[in-house]
Design a protein around this ligand. Structure first.
Ligand code: FES
Length: 333
């Protein structure tokens, strides 16, 4: 059975196979709805069903309350259709030159640059065309059927290589494997690209917020702006607990000296005495509150812990007048 989904207010439409999520159906037809985790945990794909019936299955969804369901909201990454639908999606991006694909990639190198961050370089099969928007991620498919998501840290798959920044998560199945067992030449199965964390067109100033390895997609956005010869002012705030967490700090200082439009502010939440830290302390979003009085002309891109993103979203919108539609986030979940 094929189901038709009409999108408001754009007037676009796509078909859905029975059992396919609304998000996957849209992506398969080249229409990207706002999303991040694809697993029902981040809430970024939440939208309104104007007409028709959807099902979310048995699993309880922490980011979609019963009251929201009753009010017609759905998580498009989990909801399947029980009838033709009309949905409301304020932002729909037509994917041009980008197709979601499954591919096998070979590990080209693993560089453990701190006790809990590794730079992993992957080589795609020769002749592969793998386009993505800087800021997007791919998922690695694990043997037990689960997936892990990693953002590409470069603006494009140059020389057919992808770069990931992998943080070791205590008990994390894949990140532990990266640190303890993964070797060059190993093969990984990937699917992607996914995610709506990419630069929107515009000329206004930008604030980039990152914590830890949330820097990876931000690095790709910086490369994109540099490659385009952009003059948009960029205020980059990168937060970590310790100095070691800012694993590209020296490179960013050099980049700031080279690019007149870039201002880099590193922020440590728990600087230890031995690093003699002279810079900002606290959390990245608190530092933005100290540095700016009004963000009405700004666009903000935030990647990192859900706690940082939640707090930044609330603070910058409620206290500095940032428009909600100009806050773009990719949360680690
Ligand atoms: Fe749907 Fe995260 S909850 S994309």
């Amino acid at each position: 059975m094929t189901i038709r989904v009409d999108i408001q207010p754009s007037g676009q439409a796509f078909n859905l196979e029975a059992g396919q999520s609304i998000l996957d159906g849209a992506l398969a037809e080249g229409l990207m709805l706002k999303h991040s985790c694809r697993e029902g945990t981040c809430g970024s794909c939440k939208g309104r069903v104007v007409e028709g019936r959807v099902e979310h299955g048995e699993t309880s969804l922490e980011v979609l309350s019963e009251a929201e369901r009753a009010a017609g909201l759905a998580l498009f990454c989990r909801a399947t259709a029980a009838s033709d639908l009309v949905i409301e999606a304020p932002e729909v991006t037509e994917l041009r030159g980008i197709s979601i694909q499954q591919l096998a990639a070979r590990v080209a190198g693993i560089d453990k640059i701190s006790d809990d961050v590794a730079i992993v370089r992957l080589m795609l099969p020769p002749g592969t065309t793998f386009n993505y928007y800087p800021g997007q991620f791919v998922q690695v498919l694990l043997k037990d059927g689960s997936r892990r998501s990693y953002s590409m840290a470069t603006r494009a798959a140059e020389d057919n290589h992808l770069e990931w920044h992998v943080r070791r998560v205590p008990g994390g199945v894949f990140s532990t494997h990266v640190f303890e067992a993964l070797k060059p030449k190993a093969m990984l199965r990937l699917e992607g690209p996914f995610g709506s964390f990419f630069l929107r067109e515009g000329s206004g100033p930008l604030i980039f917020l990152a914590t830890g390895t949330g820097f990876a997609p931000i690095k790709a956005l910086l490369e994109q702006l540099r490659e385009q010869g952009s003059r948009r002012p960029v205020y980059l705030y990168w937060g970590g607990r310790r100095r070691e967490d800012l694993y590209r700090h020296d490179e960013l200082l050099a980049l700031e000296a080279e690019l007149p439009w870039l201002r880099y502010t590193p922020v440590l939440s728990r600087p230890t005495g031995d690093c003699d830290w002279q810079g900002a302390t606290g959390h990245v979003q608190q530092q933005v509150l100290k540095d700016f009085a009004d963000l009405r002309d700004f666009e903000v891109y935030a990647c990192g812990s859900p706690a940082m993103i939640d707090s930044a979203r609330r603070a910058l919108i409620e206290r500095l007048g940032l428009a909600e539609s100009r806050f773009h986030a990719d949360a680690f979940v």
